[in-house]
Structures are given as C-alpha cells and as structure tokens.
Ligand binder design. Structure first.
Ligand SMILES: Nc1nc2c(c(=O)[nH]1)N[C@H]1C(S)=C(S)[C@@H](COP(=O)(O)OP(=O)(O)OC[C@H]3O[C@@H](n4cnc5c(=O)[nH]c(N)nc54)[C@H](O)[C@@H]3O)O[C@H]1N2
Ligand SMILES: Nc1nc2c(c(=O)[nH]1)N[C@H]1C(S)=C(S)[C@@H](COP(=O)(O)OP(=O)(O)OC[C@H]3O[C@@H](n4cnc5c(=O)[nH]c(N)nc54)[C@H](O)[C@@H]3O)O[C@H]1N2
Ligand code: SF4
Ligand SMILES: [Mo]
Length: 813
C-alpha cells in the first residue's frame, strides 16, 4: 500500500474512497471513451540541454504501444506517445501516459533481503543471496521450480528456459501466462497446428463488424479499441457487437449488446455453425479446399483430437438449434439468428476479438477452437478485416512465453520436451550433451504451487521456488489452497524478484530487488506478433539488478560449484559471452554486465530456434531501428528485412507458395488444412445454488495493471480508482437491502473478501451476478475464486464461480 494511504485515519480513508468511487463513476456517465491522450502525441520532441529521448514499448498491456522516453540527469522525466509507431500512432491510454512514474514509487526494493527466524527481513549482499540460492539448487536440483511471466523480456525468459531445461535438466518452469494465454495457445495449435494469430491490428482498420466475445477492450486494450472508434468519428460505419456477461465501457460503444449467461459462448458458437450449415450459407469452397473436421475421440480429450467426416459434423451440430442454444446461452433465438445471418453474409468483413472470458474457462481450449471454427466455416478468414483474433494481455506473453516456450512442456521455437527430435535440436543449438533435456513435462502453474504448498513429507516435491516478474500471492486462483499455506512450511524456500513489496514478497524467504523497464535493456513481443526492442536509459535504484543477470549469476555460481549441467559439451559455461576479440566477458559480475549487450547475445542465439515454425526473426540490430517488426520477418534479395501482416494468406505470407490462396503449412493433419472442431457443451464445474446463489466474475479496470503494484503507486491512477469493490445489480442490492458504498463480505466455499459495493458502477452486471476487480492487495478476491481449469490448457477459470454477498451485520463477530 502507498505511504500516504497508510498514514490516513480510518474514517478519512473511508470518506476519500467513497468520494473517489463517485468521481470514477461520474467519468463513466460522462461517456468519455476510451481514455486516450491524443494531445500527448508530439511531432518534435523537445531536446533541451541534457534531455535525451529514446523509444521503448509501454510497460503495460499486450497492445504494445510505443512511447518516447525523455531522460534528464539520469531520471525519466517525460513520456510521450510515439508518432512513428504503427501500433499507436502517437496515442496512449492513461497508463501509458503515466508509465514513467512506475520507477519512482517511494518504497522501491533496493537491496536483497533475507527472512530471519523471527520473521524480520535482513539486508544482505548480492553475493550471499546468489550463494544461498545456488546452494539450495545444488543440493536438490529436481525439487527446484522457476515461476516466470509474460512480462519477462524475451532474453529474461530465454535465459530462464536455458538454465532450467538446458542446464538443470528440470522442466518445472511455468509462467503466469498459464493463467492468461494457455487456452489461446491450445486453441491455435488444435486449429492451425501452430500458435498465434494469423492477422494483425490492420484487421481493426478494415473490418465492417467487430465482435467482442466477452472481453472489454475499451478498458483493457484501449488504444487498440480507439482504432475502431476513431473510424466512426471519421464517418466510417463500423458495427460493434458486444457479447458479454455484463455491461462494460465496451458495451457503451457497441451497436448491439448481447448479454449471455456465464459459459454461454460455447453454445453461441455452436449455434452459429448450426445455422451456417442449416441455411447452406457456409463457405463451401473454402471448407472443401482448406479445412478438415475434428472432435475428441471417445477415449478422452486430446489436443489434436481425431478426424470426423463432414457428415458426422453435420449430425452433431444439428442438435444445436437456435432454441436449444437460446436455453443454454441466455441469448434470444432472434439474436442467435442475427449472428448466424451475419456470418452467412459474404459481403461483410468480420473481426472477432477475445481475451480472458474465453481463455479463463474450463472449456477454454474448446471455445477457442470453436470461434476459429465459426470463421473458417463461414470463410471469414485471411482477408484484411475478416479474421478471428485472440488478444494477448501481457506485454510479452507472446514474445517470451509462447515463442521462447517458457512453459513446463515446451522448448524454444514451438518445440516440446516430449519430442526426441525437438530435444536433440535444442541440445544441438545449445551445444550440450545429447540426452540432457528431460523428456517429461514439468508442473504447470496450478500443480507447481500445489506441490510447493503441500508439506514435503506428504508428497509436496517442490521445495525451492524462484518467482520473477509476477505476483502469485495475489493472482493465483484459490490462494488459500495454493499459496497461503506457505507460511506454515518452514522447509519450503520462496525466492521473489520484484520491484516493490507485494503479497508475494510478504511470504518470501529471500527478496531480490529488480531493475525494471528502461532501467535495463529489453525486448517484448506484443499481441500482433510484433517484436520490440529498447535500451537501458537510467540506472536502477540502490542495488536493484536485472532479472537476466540474476539467472546468469546463479548459473555461474553453480558452475563454480561444479554442477555439470552448467557446462556445455566443451566444458564452457552455458551462458559464456565473448566480446569481439573472442575474450570472455564475466557477465555474472554485475559491474561487468553492461560491458557487452547480453540481450543481443541471447537474442541472436535464440533466433536460430525460430525458423522451424516459420516465426523467423530478424537480427537484433533491425529491431533497434524499427518500432517493432511482425514475424515472420524474412530477408529480401536487396538485404532488407520484410515483416508479415497476414499469415497463411498467399497475398502476404512469404511461406505460402506462389499462386496459392491459402496454406496452413503447419497443419496438424499435414495436408495444409485447418481443423474445424466440434465440442459438446459442458456446464461449468461450479454453479450458483441455494447456499451460494450468485455468479462471481473477476477481472480488471482501466487504471490499474493487475495487482496494482505499479499503478497503485501512481497518484493520478490511484486517485481515480482507489479501492477494490464489488459491482452489484441495483435490483439484487435492493432485495438484500444493501446500500451504495456499504461494505459487504463476498464469500465462496474457498474463502471470503470484504469489499465496498458499487451499484450500477462502471460495469453493470445483470441480476444474479457480481464482478470484483483484483488490483487491490488489501482485498484479495483470489481467496474466493476457483482453481478448476481447462483439462487441456490447464488454465483456471477466474470468470465464474458460485458466491454469496453478506451484509457485515449478518457476519457473526
Ligand atoms: N487496464 C488494464 N488493461 C489490461 C490489464 C490490466 O490489468 N489492466 N491486463 C492485461 C491482461 S494480462 C489481460 S489477460 C487482459 C484481459 O482483458 P479482458 O479479458 O478484456 O478483461 P477481464 O476484465 O479479465 O475480463 C472480464 C470479462 O470477462 C467476461 N466473461 C465472464 N464470463 C464469461 C464467459 O463465460 N465467457 C466469455 N466469453 N466471457 C466471459 C465478462 O463479460 C467480463 O466483462 O487485459 C490486459 N490489459
Ligand atoms: N481473480 C483474477 N485473478 C487473475 C486474473 C483474473 O482475471 N482474475 N487474471 C490472470 C491473468 S490473465 C494474469 S496475466 C495474471 C497476472 O498476474 P501477475 O503477473 O501476478 O500480476 P502483476 O501485477 O502483473 O505482477 C507483476 C509483478 O512484477 C513486478 N515487476 C514489474 N516489473 C518488474 C521487473 O522488471 N522485474 C521483476 N522481477 N519484477 C517486476 C510488479 O511489481 C508485480 O509485482 O493474473 C491472473 N489472475
Ligand atoms: S493501451 Fe496498453 S500499451 Fe498502449 S498505452 Fe495503454 S497500457 Fe500502454
Ligand atoms: Mo493476462
């Protein structure tokens, strides 16, 4: 919590929170949409004495806007939207506008801190910290786990990946993106045989219809959403259809709002396909040439399923009549027919967007493949503006997690540990002995934390965990099961690298102060396959250091201790970096770390992995010049590098043979075709009942980034949104005699959380449903949420569980 809030008296704090809620509310009724600072776009950046400007991607969301960062006297003093950037053309949202301030919160972590037996924290030297970690790993390498992030830079994730899989022969590495993008990944793999969107943001400039499938881009990808709303202000006609479980700021901009029940997306997608077949309006020629039909075998669910015939598909989809779909989804028969007719119309270009509503879902893989299927079956695919586009949330969930493969089952460049050829290729690139990479996938996030918080003598076989750039003590689902028990387990050791104190550092045994954003070199990969590079511009505070350096320093300590895995085939350190004269640079010593560009060395090494899945990257120096490049990036005859906007489409993708219209060249059926899946609807694992009668959905707000660790330290953002709250429907509140601003308890079978009520606030949930954002570390809603997950992607469902709202007066004291 920020200093100023801690010192306020209780009463005054309540008053301030209530008035700030009201202020935030009035912004909404003003209908300003979205919050973009156009006047921040500057043509000629001021270059006063001593002031220098340089480019960087924004630290926050997966949109990947570029900012210009103004530095004076070693401090970031200004941030402006970057006009040269194709993503945002000079615009920023409120978070981007304030991003510079995240470096300067008063309570930055500045020295390593070791927890003492009495619970206090003692500052220690880096050397000691690195030794403690290396010793724990050396003593028990197989019970060590690395929990990382879609906010890792590409080199950070690559170093962690190589350290674990290429060094320790240990696959227990997984990122927070498991909670975020896992179902999108399995959806892409199941459909196209290869991950990540075919289209790009240009789809938003060219679509006639934009459908949001339960996401809220007006708040979560605001600059991207403004690309669409801006077209309207230029007189273009873009129809926005918002399918959601609650009204949001996106709804305010929509022509149609289709309110579905939780989990209603699955029957809706099935219903659209039913109508396309029934009405004969599907794209026969596209399907015949480019698609197969697919379903799970009877023996159980698998990522790639088995082939079914078109007749079989027709038979199964016949069951999803508009009437049945209406019952399952909560949409009216007319609304479902409207969607069916829309997709049956060849003359409109339709872009679908989705994010956490579809990914955080116990049918996450299924609904992802179904929405791809709707587009494939209708032929609304592969032309600018006509595209199924999954949006990514974190700034480098694509670049670092999905491409570098920092997941328990994956290897860089789309490879997997279970495939012997893939292991061999990686062992080759890394020049490590054959057989070093472990063939068994490690623990996925939920399992990893389960094993960490189960006592060792009861089978909890993860004993040391290193957490970088993520805050699981606030964001794991079901904290009482997966995190909070750590405090009673003396033999489990939690190492946390962060920039501020958080609920995770609260339980850490060793806290490492990290350098952040432009305090270090970095590379991110955004939601449209765009790889973006930046340079270090200012020094980190105190003794804070780069995350990549931490990993390399630990690896080198292990090397010194004689750990065989830290050597390559020639006995050299696996992270050896040579300068131009062939001299080894001791990059494990922090004062020598910037003698060379470690990011560039790691990136050039990593680049070799990327061609197998045709995700080719250009040399590092090309990214220094550009405001990001979308892969595949291929070298032209004249030596220049060309990016790709539309994959699989002959008119743009360099890997589609001349003259071909489409080629799904990583097809899982090896015939150049994409898969149209059938899945039967399955109800959510927990539904409201007499005891817990409300649906609880959780998510985000415009002003805050996830756990608020950075944005709650920015006064303007914190003032605009000072506290967590529970959104309630007016009628539900009336029925329970609950007043605006009143504090209530939201509880489920797993835990509870006290929150002020916001009736008909920024988001407006329908009767029987409530919504709680998770940014407020003083109000941990993840004590209440559910850890049930999709059986294929292992991504948990934070969007629905059964809960009840109690007045404080009803709670026995
Ligand atoms: N301001 C801000 N922007 C961010 C972030 C942030 O923290 N703050 N985080 C970034 C990250 S990492 C992510 S992942 C994205 C998330 O971006 P979004 O997914 O757009 O946002 P959420 O608030 O997580 O999702 C809330 C929505 O889930 C929908 N939902 C609930 N149940 C269902 C269902 O059964 N099916 C479907 N289809 N939808 C349902 C509801 O309609 C609800 O409005 O935002 C990114 N952008
Ligand atoms: N209830 C609920 N829970 C959710 C979700 C939901 O919708 N509902 N969504 C899930 C999703 S989609 C996501 S992506 C996750 C996000 O969950 P987290 O990743 O846990 O949340 P963040 O706040 O982004 O955590 C990033 C941490 O890194 C720190 N940090 C910033 N920069 C640096 C750096 O350079 N180095 C280091 N070492 N640390 C740094 C920040 O201070 C912060 O503590 O939450 C998941 N949890
Ligand atoms: S839309 Fe996302 S990337 Fe762009 S300025 Fe806002 S937070 Fe940053
Ligand atoms: Mo996310």
């Amino acid at each position: 919590m920020s200093q100023s809030m801690q010192t306020l008296s209780h009463d005054r704090r309540q008053l301030l929170k209530a008035s700030a809620l009201a202020a935030a509310g009035s912004l909404v009724t003003g209908g300003s949409l979205p919050v973009v600072q156009a006047d921040q776009a500057v043509d000629d950046l001021p270059t006063g004495e001593g002031m220098s400007w340089n480019k960087a991607p924004c630290r926050f969301c997966g949109t990947g806007c570029h900012v210009q960062v103004g530095v004076e006297d070693g401090r970031v003093v200004a941030v402006a939207g970057d006009k040269a950037a194709d993503v945002n053309k000079g615009l920023l949202c409120v978070k981007g506008y304030h991003v510079g301030g995240i470096l300067y919160g008063k309570d930055r972590l500045t020295e390593p801190l070791l927890r003492q037996e009495d619970g206090s924290l003692k500052p220690i030297e880096w050397d000691e910290a690195i030794k403690i970690i290396a010793k724990r790993i050396f003593d028990s390498p197989e019970t060590f786990a690395f929990y990382g992030s879609g906010q890792w830079t590409i080199p950070e994730g690559y170093a962690a990946q190589k350290f674990m899989k290429g060094g320790l022969s240990n696959n227990h590495i997984d990122p927070n993106a498991r909670l975020c993008m896992a179902s999108a990944v399995t959806g892409f793999l199941g459909t196209y045989g290869v991950d990540e969107p075919a289209g790009c943001y240009q789809d938003l400039d060219e679509c006639d219809v934009l459908i949001t499938w339960g996401n809220n881009p007006a708040e979560m990808h605001p600059v991207l959403f403004s690309r669409v709303t801006d077209r309207r202000s230029r007189g273009e006609n873009v129809r926005i259809i918002d399918i959601g479980t609650r009204r949001t700021r996106t709804t305010d901009a929509a022509n149609d709002y289709l309110e579905m029940d939780s989990h209603g997306d699955v029957p809706i997608a099935l219903g659209i396909m039913h109508l396309l077949i029934e009405n004969g309006t599907y794209d026969k020629s596209f399907v015949e040439k480019h698609c197969n039909f697919r379903a799970h075998p009877e023996s159980g669910k698998t990522l790639f399923g088995e082939a079914i015939s078109e007749d079989e598909f027709r038979k199964r989809i016949a069951e999803y009549t508009p009437e049945r779909v209406s019952e399952l989804s909560g949409l009216s028969v007319e609304q479902i027919r409207m969607l069916g007719d829309l997709f049956g119309d060849d003359d409109v270009k339709i872009t679908s967007l989705w994010c956490m509503g579809m990914n955080q879902h116990t049918m996450g893989t299924a609904i992802n493949t179904l929405v791809h299927g709707v587009h494939l079956l209708s032929g609304h695919f592969g032309k600018p503006g006509d595209s199924p586009t999954s949006l990514t949330g974190q700034p480098s969930a694509c670049g670092t997690v999905r491409e570098v493969g920092t997941l328990a089952h994956a290897l860089p460049g789309g490879r997997i540990v279970a495939n012997p050829e893939h292991r061999q290729q990686c062992e080759g690139f890394w020049n490590i002995p054959e057989g070093r990479i472990n063939a068994t996938p490690g623990y996925h996030t939920v399992k990893m934390f389960d094993q960490f918080t189960i006592p060792t003598d009861e089978g909890g076989d993860i004993t040391t965990m290193f957490v970088q750039v993520t805050n699981p003590g606030q964001t794991l689902p079901n904290l009482n099961k997966l995190f909070n028990d750590k405090k009673n387990l003396a033999d489990k050791f939690l190492i946390v690298s962060d920039v501020y104190p958080t609920p995770t550092t609260e339980l850490a045994d060793l806290i490492l102060p990290a350098a952040m954003w432009v305090e270090k070199n970095g590379i991110y990969g955004n939601s449209e396959r765009r790889t973006q590079q930046w340079f270090k511009m200012v020094d980190p505070p105190g003794d804070a250091r780069d995350d990549t350096w931490m990993t390399i320093a630990i690896a080198h300590k292990l090397f010194e201790m004689g750990h065989e895995g830290m050597k390559d085939k020639d006995g050299e350190f696996i992270f050896a970096v040579k300068d131009e004269s062939g001299e080894e640079v001791p990059v494990w010593e922090f004062d020598r770390y910037y003698d060379t560009n470690v990011d560039k060395h790691l990136f050039e090494e990593y680049r070799q992995f990327t061609t197998m899945k045709h995700k080719n990257l250009a040399p590092y120096d090309e990214y220094v010049k550009a405001r990001g490049l979308r892969w595949p990036v291929v070298e032209q005859e004249d030596g220049s590098w060309r990016e790709t906007k539309f994959r699989f489409s002959g008119f743009d993708d360099p890997f589609v043979a001349e003259g071909e219209e489409f080629d799904f060249y990583h097809s899982s059926t090896k015939d150049g075709r994409a898969q149209i899946w059938f899945h039967d609807y399955e109800p959510p694992p927990e539904m409201p009942d007499d005891e817990y009668p409300m649906w609880l959905c959780t998510g985000r707000v415009l002003e805050h980034w996830h756990t608020g660790s950075m944005t709650r330290r920015l006064a303007p953002l914190n003032r605009a949104m000072p506290t967590g709250y529970v959104e309630m429907n007016m009628e539900d509140a009336k029925a329970a005699n609950i007043r605006q601003g009143e504090k209530v308890i939201v509880e489920s079978r797993r835990g509870s959380c006290e929150l002020p009520v916001w009736i008909d606030g920024r988001g407006r949930p329908p009767r029987g449903t409530i919504f709680v954002p998770f940014f407020d570390e003083t109000k941990l809603i993840n004590n209440v949420t559910l850890d049930e997950h999709c059986p294929i992607s292992k991504q948990p469902d934070y969007k629905k569980c059964a809960a009840r709202v109690k007045k404080l007066s009803e709670v026995p004291s």
